[in-house]
Design a protein around this ligand. Sequence first.
Ligand code: MN
Length: 265
Amino acid sequence: MAKTSALLATMKTMSSKHKVTRQRATRRVPASAGPADPQLIEDLVAANRILADYGVLDGYGHVSARHDRDPNRYLLSRSLAPALVTAKDIMEYDLDSNPVDTQDRALYVERFIHGEIYKARPDVQAVVHHHSPAVIPFGVTTVPLRPLYHMAAFLWEGVPVFEIRDVAGMTDLLVRSPALGCALAQTLGNKAAALMRGHGAVVVSSSLPGVVGRSIYLQLNAHLQAQAIALGGTVTYLDPEEGRRADPGGYQRAWELWKRKAMTK
Ligand code: MN
């Protein structure tokens, strides 16, 4: 209880700090970093469609990439189902998640997940937020999601769980503010992924192919782990040393296949 009160107090301080930043930021429209590399935009469109094809994203969830011209800008679709995203839907944001040019388009309410992670993690170039049902059980029970499949070896450092109730009390569970995005980024720490209790997950990588591969195999590992536990007996997980050695990295070979399939439909 004391821990919760302390967190809530910290959150209050963080929240008021962020409010100042946000008010200041919303008074000015951020300058554009200039047109992003068309290849990056194409890959971001492909990432949306691939993740929809694999059921990681459905009508909801989103994927973003850091702008290639300015690390203080990121690219994310307007509010739209990922399978429908095209190049003209991609918008530019600053790291406070203010759009450069809204053109009266609707924005994802949880865009702060992306901006706050890019602020906290200079190594991250791409972020996915999804609601895959497969991962939900591991966010709402005491059973931690752990890698047992070599394609998900990147999970070897552990998968923290973001408990929004600890930082904001009763909410609708959505990351609707910079302060909540910041708290989520703190829970993620230096890890590849974090679960969000009763909501979904966030996955990060140093590239778009990397974050797509990690999102697909995180979901698959969750399915396999639930199956392994259901069989009974003892489950053998990857040893952290095996995880470190087996980390598949950028998923480049699979990316070429996924992208071609997604873009030629
Ligand atoms: Mn969400």
